[in-house]
Design a protein around this ligand. Structure first.
Ligand code: GLN
Length: 623
């Protein structure tokens, strides 16, 4: 019934694009991205096709050159765009594929305007912020909003998230652009949701509305009136507080909603729906959504949120990386592990291990760190070595790979993690002493991992093999990872690297038992490696974490989680089908892998509404 109903609704909707601008007040990092994505999810659940645009008012052209300590993980899109990790929220929540133009930065807008000026397009006029920059922003938004993000269909609603908070100098041209934009597209096609913070200082324990009042006043002063004020708070706020905000901020009480801290981000769309957001949007944007429809289609989302809250077992995964103190460095990897754990009915207990703490050098300087790191590794059910750049921690990653291989610990190596696994195998099994990657040792005797031709060292940013590429599975080979993907001929996944496995060593590695089961379309580049006689030992040159979705976990991650809880064999035997209930009991169906079970006493780990990026991931340009 759903799809027919949805297509009727699509048909009924006028073709005018509707825009929801999400701004932030008081402070950043309160979950504006999740709230903005949740607007999309709600509409999506009603059969409306939603796209999104994230605006980052910094001057950088894109996130490709960010230091890991600045903005968290660099998120990679199908078209190779290296963008802010918030775009990952949209892709995951809405199950869409965005392109690099869906991320606007001040740098991109100015670059475009300056190029036009150099071409003489402004016919000798003085080029100014108003109207040239503001026009350029509006045109960009209108153009990109039309672009299909799913099934080649033109979206109907575009959620625009303006990064930072209202009042930031950098954000001003964007606020002015949207002040003009509201008249350009007409009132019924544009609304503003302002996400604010209502602090509850411990001294009084009372919710404080003053910061929200000030930020709304500032927004109004700049010519934008909020249609919805979304108050983030630690605990739910009472009606009298909402009334006060409504009074002081010149909006109706139904326009003030509260999203308190929740047990998982998956509750946010549900909480918003419970607060009447959908019916508000329906009226305000004149959307044609029949009421009963909403309740039914939120069901899948509700089930997901419940599944997160009601896991019965725990799976302990260690992530061996370089920026482990800044967990947002690995945001998509953590989310992918969560998706897989949720699907399997397990609570993810993710531990971050600093790779260099596993190295022998540290043992001399700080035995405690060394033994703690090894104890953590040994206590885990499975290990992941994610992507990375540069030499720091590489030997620790290689040691982690060796330990997993020798001790039959489920292992997934991603990009640099796969390269580390291959180097380890070459050193310790093939006998290539001192094997290494040329990224770390230019003239190494056994260059197991080498520069790709695409690697040109001129300008910074966008110089890697980036974006979605096809991996072809070898024919007639038995492969766990191929089965996990459902035994297709090929898979498309996103890439971000400039080194590759040296093809000259592939035959020797294969003869020693390392199987390369997937290559690029020309059969030159090694994309997937795995070991037999091991519960799960898989390396992938691509980054599967960018295509994992809450309701569609990524197969390599699914493999790692299931192997870690001893349920991979059963899952594969059942044709990769899994009933969540069945998977959540604590018994193992893989005799050879002991399942560690732990009593669950805490709430959900690692999922918090305020989990937006504040720091860290791309170590690419870190010295
Ligand atoms: N530094 C490695 C390369 O460029 C791995 C990159 C990554 O893990 N994303 O090939």
């Amino acid at each position: 019934m759903c799809s027919r109903f949805m297509s009727t609704i699509r048909h009924q909707l006028p073709h005018t694009m509707k825009y929801i601008l999400v701004t932030g007040g008081v402070i950043s990092g309160v979950g504006k991205g999740v709230i903005a994505s949740s607007f999309g999810t709600l509409l999506n659940c009603c059969g409306i096709d939603v796209t999104s645009i994230k605006i980052d008012p910094y001057i950088n052209i894109d996130a490709g050159t960010f230091s890991p300590y600045e903005h968290g993980e660099v998120y990679v899109l199908d078209d190779g765009g290296e963008v802010d990790l918030d775009l990952g929220n949209y892709e995951r929540f809405l199950d869409i594929s965005l392109c690099k133009d869906n991320n606007i930065t001040t740098g991109k807008i100015y670059k475009q305007v300056i190029e036009k000026e150099r071409r003489g397009d402004y016919l000798g006029k003085t080029v100014q912020v108003v109207p040239h920059i503001t026009d350029s922003i509006q045109e960009w938004v209108e153009r990109v909003a039309q672009r299909p993000v799913k099934d080649d269909k033109k979206p109907q609603v575009c959620v625009i998230e303006l990064g930072g908070t209202i009042g930031d100098i950098e954000g001003m041209p964007f606020v002015e652009a949207f002040r003009q934009f509201q008249f350009r597209v007409k009132r019924e096609n544009f609304c503003v949701a302002h996400v604010s913070l209502v602090p509850m200082p411990r001294s009084t324990g009372e919710p404080k509305t003053k910061p929200t009042q000030s930020s709304v006043r500032e927004l109004r002063g700049l010519g934008l009136s909020p249609d919805l004020i979304v108050c983030r708070s630690e605990r739910p706020i009472g009606q009298e507080v909402k009334d006060k905000i409504s009074n002081f901020c010149h909006v109706g009480p139904e326009q003030v909603i509260c999203i308190p801290d929740l047990s998982s981000i998956y509750h946010v769309p549900l909480e918003m729906e419970a607060n009447g957001v959908l019916s508000f949007l329906k009226d305000r944007l004149q959307l044609n959504i029949p009421d009963p429809f909403t309740k039914q289609t939120m069901q899948r989302w509700r089930e997901l949120a419940n599944r997160v809250d009601n896991t019965r077992g725990e799976v302990k995964i260690s992530l061996v990386g370089k920026y482990t103190k800044l967990e947002d460095s690995y945001a998509s990897v953590s989310k992918s592990l969560q998706h897989a754990a949720i699907a399997a009915g397990f609570k993810l207990n993710l531990k971050f291990i600093e790779a260099c703490h596993l190295e022998r050098n540290i043992k001399k300087d700080n035995q405690l760190l060394y033994y703690q790191a090894w104890q953590e590794l040994c206590n885990s059910d499975g290990v992941i070595v994610p992507g990375g750049f540069g030499s720091r921690g590489m030997e620790g990653k290689i040691r982690a790979c060796q330990w997993c291989r020798e001790n039959k610990k489920p292992f997934l190596g991603i990009c640099l993690g796969m390269q580390a696994a291959v180097i380890e195998f070459a050193r310790n099994i093939v006998g290539c002493e001192g094997a290494n990657t040329t990224e770390i040792e230019k003239d190494v005797k056994h260059p197991l991992v080498i520069d790709m031709p695409e690697h040109h060292t001129g300008t910074m940013g966008g110089t890697m093999r980036l974006g979605k590429r096809t991996t072809i599975f070898k024919e007639n080979c038995t492969s766990t990872i191929k089965k996990l993907y459902g035994s297709p001929k090929s898979v498309d996944e996103r890439h971000r690297h400039r080194y590759e496995i040296n093809p000259e060593y592939v035959q020797r590695l294969e003869e020693a038992g390392m199987k390369f089961v997937g290559t690029d379309e020309e059969n030159k580049r090694m994309e997937i490696v795995e070991l037999d006689n091991h519960p799960y030992y898989v390396g992938v040159q691509y980054h599967p974490e960018y295509l994992s979705r809450p309701l569609k976990p990524s197969p390599p991650f699914m493999g790692l989680i299931l192997a870690s809880v001893g349920k991979l064999k059963g899952y594969l035997n059942k044709g990769c089908r899994l009933s969540p209930r069945e998977m959540s009991d604590n018994s193992s169906d893989d005799d050879d892998i002991p399942v560690q079970t732990t009593n669950l006493t805490n709430g959900i780990n690692n999922i918090h509404l305020n989990g937006t990026a504040t720091s860290s991931s791309n170590d690419e340009y870190e010295k």
